[in-house]
Write a protein that binds this ligand. Structure first.
Ligand code: RUQ
Ligand code: CUA
Ligand code: CA
Length: 648
């Protein structure tokens, strides 16, 4: 930490346990054992109430008490009632997307993206492998889920997500909640922040590369960090093709877009171009890099770009001094970057500085028009908030909520008052500090990244849970805390344990989504269209036919499934055959999913109503192998099985 902040604690008593804040690394353990810290926590009656109420899976009996305490009985989601919001959760190194109902905080569904999923056969079925790519890694590091937008409002089409682990971006369809595209990003390493364009619609999906590498990274340059680069990538959100890349100075961390379709901006914590921890922290200021989209597009049209290695992607040089970018110096190793829902400002959170830097899109516009000289002239406020500011969310009423990682708090502050203070007025811009448990990273408010920010709920995604749950071995769950922000004061409502390791969440009101979600598959769905086409070439009617077709050593086994039966009771192949099994669920009845599991072959797949799923494998063991249904579909579900007979 460079300096102690001038904490402006508003109405809350100031906290005495400053030594627990002093060291980000130690505070994880410190908070649990330090009695001073525990007393501070007890000072918040709501916090301890919610602590007693936190149970796995969300609001249960005791959490209902916590909800009472927060005076939210009308928001309690009773049995049979539906949540008001979809929480679209990332899962970090688990590589999947999760749907969590809010405010109940009950997990609704998991959507595999970069990861293997044995329940639905993601990574097993041909349909999933077409999306993943053959031989693709089956892990990912999925940090940021964002929904596509039209005119700054959610449009319920797609969720875009990053994979930091393997430098990919994926898209999930919001009608069937299935991943439909995964693309590799060339010329860079470790995609971290991503954002869809807000205006006129998505549009581009922007992706930051966090690690600097040589370009091309083919071994020509190795231990020569001066030749390392990062780039900003624009992906066409419709075709999922890469439109262009911009070469930048430093690295890129998180990114954000404006509400006009004109600019986007990223934080950079490594203006030093360093490759060591000490190196990354050398400069007192790093940057927010602003990208001028129309100018970059014009450069691409005019052929002012180069390509790198085998990649055909146009790369525009946006380093210092270029007309395409603006480098705003901001303190120090900035992290989260978030646009206000009124479309006026964006904030970059200091991380190693107790400040958040507020910039004005209008001033950015003036800077590019040559009307402002100093890049710092686009800054309109720099409030001191507390230690370790990481991310900021908004309520649409002019207040901002910033996570303080080291302080283990959320600070609520007024944007207008922070701007007034920057202009020299004596105002207290801090409204409240709320203890969270513990060490929050992201937070997110309901509808907060859109024009429809409604200021009802905030989730604090806490990296440590320590003493908040029954012990689960050395690996602890995270603790995602639900906070009511509808009133003057934030109120902690529930503790929710989550498996490793959500970074971020997007909270979407159900009115943007519910009616768009399909209950059964359309037989013409593109997700399995390839398989349907292949069946046609074999003269198969998937709704009616169950038969075996042999082409040399390739065997195609077609069968329907209808509770409690598969279309084939048995089929015969020869050892060494390449077998493709295609199962079509002809029960077009909501919730009537079948599974197909082949014993001792590592094969299981889900076939939901109307779906066709297929798997290809080598029959390399002679003998009798039973296949059976894995989704409980009928009173005779256990009897829903058949035999594969493999001749020696
Ligand atoms: S980052 S804790 Cu991967 Cu979104 Cu900020
Ligand atoms: Cu079909 Cu169980
Ligand atoms: Ca730095």
């Amino acid at each position: 930490m460079s300096k102690q902040p001038q904490l402006n604690t508003g109405e809350l008593p100031s906290r005495a346990d400053t030594d627990t804040r002093a060291n980000a690394g130690a505070c994880g353990a410190e908070g649990a054992s330090n009695p001073a810290r525990r007393n501070v926590l007890k000072a918040s009656a709501l916090a301890s109430l919610a602590g007693a109420g936190g149970i796995a899976g969300g609001l249960g009996m005791k959490s209902a008490l916590a909800a009472d305490a927060a005076k939210l009985p009308e928001d309690y989601v009773a049995p049979g009632k539906l949540d008001e919001y979809y929480g679209i959760w990332s899962s970090g190194q688990s590589g999947e997307l999760r749907l969590i109902g809010m405010p109940s905080m009950r997990e609704l569904m998991r959507i595999p993206v970069f990861n293997f999923d044995g329940a639905i056969g993601w990574g097993i079925t041909n349909e999933s492998k077409r999306v993943l790519g053959r031989n693709a890694p089956l892990n990912g590091d999925l940090h940021h889920p964002h929904m596509s937008l039209t005119h700054g409002r959610y449009d319920g089409r797609y969720i875009y997500v990053n994979d930091k682990a393997n430098t990919r971006v994926a898209r999930v369809r919001c009608d069937v909640w299935r991943t439909d595209r995964i693309i590799d990003i060339p010329n860079v390493q470790a995609i971290h922040g991503i954002r869809p364009q807000r205006e006129p619609k998505t549009g581009y999906v922007f992706a930051n590369a966090e690690f600097r590498v040589p370009a091309p990274n083919d071994g020509r340059f190795l231990d020569d960090p001066k030749n390392y680069h990062s780039m900003y990538t624009a992906i066409d959100g419709e075709t999922m093709e890469i439109a262009w890349q911009v070469l930048v100075d430093g690295n890129l961390d998180n990114t954000e877009t404006d509400y006009e379709g004109k600019y986007s901006a990223s934080t950079c914590y490594n203006s030093e171009g360093a490759v060591t921890l000490a190196g990354y922290m050398q400069n007192e200021r790093d940057w927010v890099v602003v990208f001028n989209i129309p100018r970059i597009e014009a450069a691409v049209r005019a052929g002012k770009f180069k390509t790198i290695g085998n990649s055909k992607v146009p790369v525009v040089d946006g380093r210092h001094g270029s007309p395409y970018t603006l480098y705003v110096p901001v303190p120090k190793n900035p992290h989260g970057i978030n646009a206000t829902p009124d479309g006026k400002y964006l904030t970059a959170n200091g991380k190693l500085s107790p400040t958040t830097t507020v910039m004005s899109w209008a001033k950015i516009d003036q800077w590019f028009a040559g009307k402002l000289k100093d890049p710092r002239d686009v800054v309109v406020a720099e409030p001191q908030l507390g230690l370790g500011p990481l991310h900021t969310a908004y309520d649409g009423r002019g207040f901002a909520y910033t996570t303080l990682f080291i302080d283990s708090q959320i600070v609520k502050w007024s944007i207008a008052d922070a701007i007034a203070a920057y202009q020299g007025k004596k105002v207290n811009y801090i409204r409240q500090k709320l203890d969270v448990n513990y060490q929050p990273g992201h937070n997110h408010s309901s509808m907060g990244e859109t024009r429809d920010a409604d200021g009802k709920w905030l989730v604090s995604l806490n990296k440590f849970s320590k003493d908040r749950f029954l012990p689960t071995g050395p690996l602890h769950p995270d603790n995602d805390q639900l906070i009511d922000i509808s009133g003057d004061q934030m109120k902690l409502v529930a503790d929710c344990p989550v498996y490793s390791e959500p970074h971020d969440v997007t909270i979407v009101h159900r009115r943007f989504l519910m009616d768009k979600v399909r209950r059964v598959w359309d037989r013409a769905d593109p997700f399995f269209a390839e398989t349907v086409k292949q069946a046609k070439t074999h003269g198969i009617d998937l709704e009616k036919d169950s038969k075996v077709i042999r082409h040399g050593r390739k065997v195609f086994v077609y069968m329907w499934s209808a509770a409690p039966q598969f279309g084939l009771n048995e089929f015969k192949v020869r050892k060494g055959d390449e077998v493709t099994i295609v199962v079509t669920n002809i029960d077009h009845i909501e919730d009537l999913t079948h599974g197909f599991c082949l014993a001792n072959h590592g094969i299981n797949m889900e076939i939901s109503p109307g779906e066709t799923a297929s798997v290809t494998f080598k029959a390399d063991k002679a003998g009798v192998y039973w296949y059976y249904c894995t989704f409980f579909c009928h009173a005779l579900h256990l009897e829903m099985r058949g035999r594969m007979l493999v001749e020696a």
